[in-house]
Design a protein around this ligand. Sequence first.
Ligand code: 6PG
Length: 268
Amino acid sequence: MIQTDSDPNPRRAVRAFPDLQALSQAAAEEIVLVANASVAERGVFSIALAGGNTPRGTYELLATRHRDDLDWSRPIVVFGDERFVPPDDPRSNYRMAREALLDRVPIPPERVYPVATDVPSVHEAADRYDRVLRETLGEPGVAAAGTHSHSASATVDVALLGVGPDGHTASLFPGAPTLRERTRWAVSVNAPSHIQPAVPRISTTLEFLDRARVVIFLVAGADKRVVIGEILGGGEAARRYPAALVAPRGRAIWMIDQSAMPDGRSNA
Ligand code: 6PG
């Protein structure tokens, strides 16, 4: 791990790594730590998985090297976002997570909550997932979607997130009206024109992500360097990036491959 300058934000830890393999190993270790602590404290561990490519290595390590380091009957798995495609589509985040992790560990299928995309519209998919998240993670009797929930309870123990080259996270894109949503936990997103895959999405909201106990950003790729540099700099300009707007009440851990570090910091 590369030590980075002490970060001005005490609840934000920034850990830079020499390569994606080291980042994935550290991420898997952190997830195991939080999972076992959550189970010890509350008997359950809930995690929102990220899509895209970067998390794949972490998922594979959880399914192999760390397979026996946690009790797979305890996790509840939801998704931070999903593309509005069939579950077996190569672009499906659920398919990637299934192949890299979920089909390789003894987690009871009923504890995995993919976004149902076999519905007539992405809006219907988002409405349903908003309900699924509240029923699965929310407090009993938490207000239904559409009314402001006053529950201060956490949503998930861990929310894994990636960052796009435009600073998006989950499927919250720069300037999108979904960034202002502070009641729903899941929303529908029109197909982005500038980011692949250009398909409609279902995304969790900042309201959902900010109430995670721990948010872990997994970031790799030189195409993120400019955005990461601005976000780590903490200036007001960075707030145009949705990833910079995630402000969990708990901890935020930025796990960044050196290829995405602003000055490509060398190994410690
Ligand atoms: C998605 C992801 C998205 C992803 C970023 C980074 O559905 O595409 O949720 O937010 O995390 O685009 O993707 P990479 O990890 O592939 O760079």
